[in-house]
Ligand binder design. Sequence first.
Ligand code: PMP
Length: 362
Amino acid sequence: MGTWESNIRRVTPYTPGEQPNKPGMIKLNTNENPYPPAPGVERALRETDVNRLRLYPDPTASELVKAIAQNKGLSGDQVFVGVGSDDVLAMCFLTFFNSGKPILFPDITYSFYDVWADVFRIPFETPALDADFNLVPGDYYRENGGIIFPNPNAPTGVECPQDVIEDILRHNPEVIVIVDEAYVDFGAVSALPLLEKYENLIVVQTFSKSRSLAGLRIGYAMANPELIRCLNDVKYSFNSYTMDQTALELGAASIRDTSYFNETIRKIAATRERTKKRLRELGFSFRDSKSNFIFATHENCPAKELFDALRERDIYVRYFPKPRIDQYLRITIGTDEEMDVFLSFLENYLNNRCHCSQRIDI
Ligand code: PMP
């Protein structure tokens, strides 16, 4: 083996949910939004000047940054944009988690965190959520190199109350605390107002879920101007032009359309509540979800069996064969029509299975 081989940075990569593209499929596996982007996005796309693509995009992404800042009541120097929140979060890991002490995130959480920690050689520890999938604030009082957790959490959908977030911030003034709010718009409370009080807080959000733009790749971090400046320094040391011209124009058009945004969120939350009710009737249980997915377990049917049966019928949900959560399915909220097909399939499947096993028992 040549020396070069032992010098390769070897990592176990993150596994994204599959992206099948079959006619008639129902895709409830990657928490995408079932509704199209805001009408202004299509308009902006039609009006795009192709000749503009000859030039490099604005490296400061100022139009998009300004539009986000305006929407959030912040100033432009409090906003950093990236290629999806995955890019923003990766930049945060690289910029802020350099103490050599272990960073902390929950044992059940977004499975990209340990991958970034690994690729950047950041030590980490994963305090266990309690039996109801709640964060235990006391676990975050120990010495650490930084803290990150999603709110609502993924894949559980459970919201972390503001007083717990503030408690964690109060106990950790020496490190950066990142709240990953990929799903916050679907009904949870944002930590954004805490920015005024805590200079070590970073709030990360995305256009991928509530703004129906997973394909465009826009995420953003909000924090005090000094932290944003540090993020930009690292970005410029890596790739000046992370945001392409189309993303800059379409992203700005998207965030300006508040009424379409509010209406889409309202529809998804209503479908979620209806889906919860039917799932309960079918024998599923789950913690209350404030996101655009439900993390559910069935009282007697194994999750992997249901996952396979649904997949066979081209209904895709997400299954994680991991400790503590291998009896759960993560089900993204689709349109009412999609959820009806999904729920009817489950109803038939569980009924037939029930009759079958009763016959076998006799
Ligand atoms: N954070 C969490 C908790 C997520 O579930 C996701 C989606 N996979 C992301 C961040 C990244 O989303 P995006 O890069 O599309 O903004």
